[in-house]
Design a protein around this ligand. Structure first.
Ligand code: 73E
Length: 827
């Protein structure tokens, strides 16, 4: 029985008030109520934004009661919660997801139809919150979806960036970045709580003081800002569970510093406000690189300090005994970005709660776990000690002590092996804090994100730590949510699957195995082919309306969508296109004999990453030449719609025939796009890298186009000495493709535009594009052959779907629970 609040006599006051009736009439009434009472307009006078808002509010209204009930039940329990700490959440649009989760999709469609409202128009109104760069941020969004669907108590903690990932446009083929003002018209999904703001401090110094005979340290900060929580509902799939995503927004402490204001310096007074608000102003647009900028460290500490304090002070009961914190919370560190939480929890326990150091360290070590997402050296975060000491002096002291005690333990185990000590020190020889080391020392577990990546992490990057902490390293292969990336993105495929095997697969994706026999069923394959064709038409309509692009419907759709990064090797894809073009224009092959292919790219480059931006320019340049050359007779087509994001991914992936996963072996930690394509029945052309390895093992060699060096072969070639120009000499096709690019064939004869790309490949080629070219072209020739046998291709495509159930993020969550978190669902 729930106790009534003091003084309450009305039965409803116990709350939460129930949801509106889940009928068309109930929905219509609530919708019009929201339009009138929240937007203050009648239906006839409403704008599309009003109508979208009212719809979102209506969906919200159905979810809120369950949300509040869940929060209440969680607080009454003593369950452990997963506190997912992530600087990025790449959520995508919420409307359809929340309709699906609440089981209201059909009711809403009918209700809006009866109001004469076009639901498609309202869908298009929603601006997706792009609070992430790529895979890491999208993974966080998939994970919180799965946790809600599995009824696991979870709070996602992060930053409410006012500007998310930039909006990409092209000018003369070059990337231009525009600010992403996703909040311009407000967001109907957020619940701001300015009254629950927390003070987050920075700077100043530390001091020792006498605390009744005990000497203690404390932090005397110099300045502070407010962290305002914004809550978002994270509904499980039709299970009545709603978890919380809590994102922090920064605000000045006092809007106006009155003394400055009275002295007449109004501008100076407002400046303080701007300074504070800068902290959550913008998402750093670097993916898989670390910036080392002070504002970035401010962002990290800002959201992590607010989150830990929130969990301790707001979520846990008052006077909770913090020695038992590990029973109630696991803080999962999504890469090193939130690792400053480690010294922050130590500071709270030791300085504020006056716990003994050793006891506090025991608690901290059980409360954190660390996920590493990359091996690229440029992505491993380090903070110079002067910067860290200036911004967070007490945290630096704590890090020094953690390091001291850790190195002492290393000496005890291995003796005074100074080389080893240097290699393992959290403070690097050049005076920077190595955040991955700190996370590894502090975390109860460290995991990589695919089998190969976890193995390389243990054996190549942190072998000394693996030796020192046996059992600490583990793997959890990434996954993706089938609700968004199959059910919502591909309703036609979903209907086909459900018709064949029933509807249990959406929450138990391994059941897709039951589709295997249908791969040999000609009628099923035909229906599958029709599904692909329908998805291509839908994509064509989207690209036509969005960018004025057209796609031929008899072409194979060959797709490479992901961040632009040299290690992902968009250049290898481009060399294949240039080679296919060269074969036609040189007369080596008849255009009419070339199977039609449309190459689709989607990619943003970090604004400061010159080579990546040059490659974007080259993709567009090759596209304009190839697409307009009459000799090609339309057999090859290159499309590069700008501003690839989650919304566009949901259109492109279901239409794809071929998925390009062509990173240099050992460089792509996992990839998650690769999983989305396989689940939507695209075949992969890929290297033995990241989760490709597991995809190929599951779908089988016959249903996957493998090419390129393996990771050990890459290592061996480096060791032997890699001379890329030799590969250009050995393969005439490669030599010609490079010459075409280098000679200005795609830049109106101006060789200087793309010469830096060619010279980089010829002289450096860090990611061994040239070494894998020959093998890649051979694989693409096999693809062309295979595509001519429609039945065999479709059979492989169906088997890709049937055998990819492993890649559900529900399975990833089960693995985290079993191997790392040891939490239980709230029944
Ligand atoms: O392979 C992907 C992986 O699938 C990896 O590159 C990506 O994380 C995905 C999810 O595990 C990733 N992003 C970053 N590091 N790895 C990163 C680093 C710094 C800033 C932003 C993102």
């Amino acid at each position: 029985p729930v106790p009534a609040p003091a003084g309450a006599t009305h039965p409803l006051a116990i709350g939460p008030v129930g949801a509106p009736e889940a009928t068309v009439d109930g929905f219509v009434a609530q919708y019009l109520r929201n339009l009138n009472f929240d937007r203050g307009v009648t239906l006839s006078a409403s704008t599309a934004n009003d109508r979208f808002y009212a719809l979102a509010y209506t969906v919200r209204d159905y979810l809120v009661a369950r949300w509040l009930e869940g929060v209440r039940r969680y607080r009454a329990s003593d369950r452990k919660a997963v506190c997912y700490l992530s600087a990025e959440y790449l959520l995508g649009r919420q409307l359809d997801n929340n309709l699906l989760a609440s089981g209201l999709s059909d009711i809403a469609a009918e209700a809006l139809a009866q109001c004469g409202v076009d639901i498609e128009e309202l869908r298009a109104q929603e601006v997706e919150p792009g609070l992430g760069n790529g895979g890491l941020g999208r993974l966080a969004a998939c994970f919180i979806d799965s946790l809600a669907t599995m009824s696991v108590p979870n709070v996602g903690y992060g930053i409410r960036y006012e500007y998310g990932i930039f909006r990409q446009t092209f000018e003369d083929g070059r990337q231009v970045e525009q600010p992403d003002s996703w909040l311009e018209l407000g967001s109907p999904w957020e619940f701001p709580h300015p009254e629950a703001a927390q003070t987050i401090s920075f700077g100043g110094s530390t001091e020792k003081y006498d605390d009744g005979g005990v000497t203690r340290s404390r932090w005397v900060p110099a300045w502070s800002v407010q962290a305002v929580p914004y809550n978002y509902m994270v509904p499980g799939y039709q299970n009545g569970r709603v978890n919380t995503l809590r994102l922090w927004s920064s605000r000045a402490n006092h809007a106006f510093d009155l003394s400055v204001f009275n002295a007449g310096d109004y501008v100076e007074a407002v400046r303080a406000q701007t300074f504070a608000e800068n902290i959550s102003k913008v998402l750093y647009p670097e993916d898989s690189t670390a910036q080392g900028k002070e504002l970035r460290l401010q962002q990290q500490y800002f959201f992590v300090a607010a989150s830990i304090r929130d969990f301790i002070d707001v979520v846990l009961p008052e006077d909770f005994d913090l020695t038992r914190l590990p029973e109630r919370a696991i803080f999962q560190l999504n890469d090193t970005h939130p690792v400053i939480g480690v010294p922050e929890l130590m500071r709270i326990l030791v300085d504020e709660k006056k716990m003994e150091w050793d006891a506090a360290w025991a608690v901290t070590q059980q409360c954190f776990a660390y996920t590493c997402h990359t091996l690229l050296p440029e992505a491993l975060e380090v903070w110079p000690i002067d910067l860290l000491g200036r911004l967070l002096p007490r945290h630096l002291e704590i890090i020094y002590r953690i390091n001291e005690e850790f190195l002492l333990a290393v000496r005890e185990r291995f003796g005074d092996d100074e080389a080893r000590i240097r290699d393992m020190s959290i403070i690097s020889p050049d005076g920077a804090v190595r955040m991955a080391f700190l996370a590894t020392v502090a975390g109860s577990k460290v995991n990589g994100v695919a089998e190969l990546h976890s193995q390389l992490l243990r054996e190549k990057v942190l072998p000394a730590f693996d030796e020192f902490f046996p059992g600490k390293f583990t793997n959890v292969t990434n996954g993706v949510t089938p609700r968004r990336f199959v059910r919502l993105a591909n309703p036609e495929l979903s209907a086909l699957i459900t018709e064949a095997i029933g509807d249990g697969w959406l929450t138990d994706l391994e059941r897709l195995r039951e589709l295997e026999p249908f791969a040999d069923d000609a009628d099923f394959r035909t229906a599958f082919g029709e599904m692909k064709a329908a998805n291509k038409r839908r994509l064509a309509a989207t690209l036509q309306a969005r960018d004025g692009l057209t796609i031929a419907d008899d072409h194979m759709l060959d797709v490479m969508v992901k961040r632009l990064h040299e290690y992902k090797r968009q250049m290898l894809k481009l060399l294949h296109i240039v080679t296919a073009y060269d074969r036609i224009v040189s007369g080596e092959v008849e255009a009419s004999s070339v199977p039609g292919r449309t190459f689709v790219f989607g990619a943003k480059a970090a604004p400061g990453y010159d080579m990546a931006k040059r490659i974007i320019h080259l993709i567009n340049a090759v596209g304009s030449v190839v697409n307009d050359d009459p000799r090609v007779e339309g057999r090859l087509k290159v499309l590069f719609p700008p501003n690839y994001n989650v919304t566009l991914a949901e259109r492109i992936i279901p239409a794809a025939d071929l998925s390009e996963q062509i990173s240099l072996a050992g460089k792509e930690a996992s990839g998650t796009g690769n999983m989305k394509f396989a689940l939507n029945g695209a075949l992969t052309v890929g290297t033995d890298d990241g989760a490709n390895v597991e995809i190929r093992e599951l779908v089988g060699d016959d249903n996957f186009f493998l090419f390129g060096m393996s990771e050990p072969e890459v290592e061996a070639l480096w060791a032997r000495g890699y001379t890329p120009a030799e590969f250009a000499e050995k393969d005439a096709g490669l030599g010609r493709a490079l010459d075409l690019i280098g000679s200005g064939a795609f830049s109106g004869g101006d060789a200087s535009v793309f010469a830096p790309i060619v010279s980089n490949l010829m002289n450096d080629d860090r990611f061994m594009v040239l070494a894998d070219y020959t093998s890649y072209i051979a694989a693409q020739d096999r693809v062309d052959d295979a595509y001519t046998d429609t039945a065999a291709w479709q059979r492989s495509a169906v088997l890709n779907v049937a055998r990819s159930g492993f890649f559900s993020s529900d399975r990833s969550m089960r693995d985290y629970i079993d191997r790392i978190w040891h939490t239980e669902p709230l029944g």
